[in-house]
Design a protein around this ligand. Sequence first.
Ligand code: ADP
Ligand code: MG
Length: 680
Amino acid sequence: MESELHITTFRDLLYYFPYKHIDRTRLYYIHELTADMPFVQVRGEILSFEEEGTGRKRRLIAHFTDGRGILDLVWFQVGAFKWIKKSYLTGKPYIVFGRPTVFNGRINIAHPDIDPADTLQLEQLGLQPYYNTTERMKKAGMNSRSIERFTSTLFQKAGELQLPETLPESIIRRLLLVPLGQSLHDLHYPNSADALRRATYRQKFEELFFIQLNILRYARLRQQQVHGHVFASIGPLFHSFYSDYLPFQLTNAQKRVIKEMRKDMGSGKQMNRLLQGDVGSGKTLVALMTMLIALDNGYQACLMAPTEILAEQHYATFQEMLREMPIHVELLTGSIKGKKKRTPILEGTRTGEVQILIGTHAVLEDNVEFNRLGLIVIDEQHRFGVAQRARLWKKNEIPPHVLVMTATPIPRTLAMTLYGDLDVSVIDELPPGRKPIETRHFWEERSESLYRGIRAEIAKGRQVYVVYPLIQESEKMDLQDLENGYEQWCRTFPDLQISKVHGQMKSSEKDAEMDKFVRGETQILIATTVIEVGVNVPNASVMVIQNAERFGLAQLHQLRGRVGRGADQSYCILVTKYQLSQETKKRIQIMCETNDGFEIAEADLKFRGPGDLEGTQQSGMAFDLHIANIARDGQLVQLARDTANSILDEDPTQTLPENAGMWRRLRELNKNAIDWSNIS
Ligand code: ADP
Ligand code: MG
């Protein structure tokens, strides 16, 4: 149990909340039961036992009646038949509890809980907790009931188990919260649905509150204590780029965010800014121009991308945009190997000769030393929370300015939780002349008209992406899908040139294939989601997503953002199998209806639930959430943030005695949180 659920102390057990409660005060009549009911209980007696079936279908049946109907209780563990028949007597009143199903037209309950009716105190059972258990625990005989035995024992002793309150009295009073001890008790053993609701509210609030307190405390500390490099002026590099090299007008939104950043970087404070902008809104260009300001002031800049492909693409984009400007840009990724290649880059970075270093996480390694790092840009990164960013400080006495760019539109509540310590700039305008992408849904069986459409686009000189899902667990099978798909496309378009890119290829092969597509030598690019972020080929006007049912909304939107970058009408084609779940149908429908990234992000968070986001490891969130849910508890996030802010106003030095318990709890949480500085 310990290793499975990380329950190692009484406290962990107290905080291992049931996922639901079942009202054990209610009795049903057998004639009321239907197969779609959750758990029910019935009072009655066993008429007779009977064994049916042979081999693996062998089962023991007890015919059970409440005088108004008959119900079959069924067991399949042959070894237990004898014991069951001996333990439960015919004609004696029992209360039977379980989940009803229908088999052969009769109502059944398989493996019911049976208690003698005269000993079971239903009023006392009240709302019974149900706990999650893992497969392995089930195999070891641990189930929800065993956990219930632990927790009920714990609460019988809870009189002695005085837990210090973790929230200040003032908050508890102001927000009418239940005290800690009571809320923990009620989360497991509530006396009423209302008590459960109030206990849940308090715990949700508390979880979100400590995340906000942590993030805001950190932000204030930084504002007070941390100085930033002062970029006093805009110099020749910025000006020359702006007037001689920029091939188009900046959008107003781009101008505005560059101004916002200039102000930060000139202020003497450290810039910590989140730049949000939908795919294709021109964030990369903004990053480049911000970096030129750093260079103009005699500093180096660094751009960190989440994947090698993206880092390489940025490197290429920068080289193309900067053309013969006298700026030394280098690329450092894991696949740049060998002393001969790495040493000059590392050396140049150390001496300051390398002015812009572009790379993956490799740029955070200890052997990468900068001479005067003034600005670090973190691109397309949704896993770079407070703790990870804190790590950047250690590299320098005065930390560099930090710009985090994200295209995955983050719902406000999540942004507050992940990036709540950052100032936010938004590019809310696309470069002019872009036509909205048209999204259509195709069944995979009906590919003829799809192929016709694609041929027409290619005849116009356009290029086409075809994406296949690649999901870790079944990587081999997925790769097979892609290979089969590739052959299919080659057979369908024997006259065209087709590239293929996936994660299992060597970096050099990948690059070669990508390059061919970027240069327009191939018309179709068959790929896995390696192209999800950042890839930029304005001439590509069609994005075909195979097995679209297997992608989440955010991912579909990212992929779609690879097209629609030129002036031509672009298309996104979602290809799915015929049988789709309700939820998938909705996803596809939303994609076909809107191009608005924020709308999609909100919908995505609601659909997927928080599962994919909430682990600290995945999300960059400081502490795990056990009970609060960023998607559903949006209003509480705001309340938690406001409350944390007012506490920090009232107690800036963290010395008010009434807040002592709260600060202690925050320290504990931070101690238990993963130490990111040890993980790379
Ligand atoms: P993002 O990183 O936000 O997804 P990019 O920076 O890759 O977007 O820009 C997408 C495309 O739009 C690129 O080809 C870029 O050169 C172009 N672009 C950026 N800003 C403008 C602008 N103001 N006018 C026209 N095109 C632009
Ligand atoms: Mg980008």
